[in-house]
Design a protein. Structure first.
Length: 160
């Protein structure tokens, strides 16, 4: 089985493991969360861009305002590894969100299936509402920053 994992995070991984697993078909249909919809558009643009030769720009745009930009070695490694995806797993064929969960009002965990010709990958994104970016005088209209981003080949974990 192919396995790889690159992590760029400010959170201990144990926090993500504490989130309850998604019980498909057991939850009542909820109205669409406008924050999740907005973040989904942002992630989808990122995944489409990272699948091309624009990986550096894609990460810079996704991580705008995030303290993760200061982790230059980890960011460089993640960018380089994500640029190798098509060589290792085949051409990019699209992506789809497989889950989006809120932890309170200020944290959102999103998982995406990144489909390649030969093998899918799983991308994980954790967003946090940065309170310093929410002031009325701020010219920044998006208070959500990425505090963790990673991908791996452990598709079977999506079934838990």
């Amino acid at each position: 089985m192919l396995r790889s994992c690159i992590v760029l995070t400010l959170l201990p991984l144990a926090i993500a493991a504490c989130l309850p697993p998604h019980a498909a078909g057991q939850e009542a249909e909820k109205p669409a969360d406008p924050v999740v919809l907005k973040l989904d558009q942002r992630v989808t643009r990122f995944l489409d861009a990272v699948s091309t030769t624009e990986a550096d720009d894609a990460f810079e745009s996704l991580l705008l305002g995030s303290p993760l930009l200061k982790q230059t070695d980890a960011l460089e490694s993640l960018t380089r590894t994500s640029s190798d995806v098509t060589t290792r797993y085949g051409e990019y064929r699209g992506s789809e969100q497989v889950s989006a969960k809120r932890l309170g009002k200020d944290v959102v965990l999103m998982k995406y299936l990144f489909k390649c010709d030969q093998f899918p990958l799983v991308w994980y994104f954790v967003f946090y509402r940065d309170f310093s970016r929410q002031s009325n005088s701020s010219i920044i209209d998006d208070p959500w920053i990425v505090i963790s981003v990673r991908f791996d080949t452990q598709v079977e974990l999506l079934f838990d």
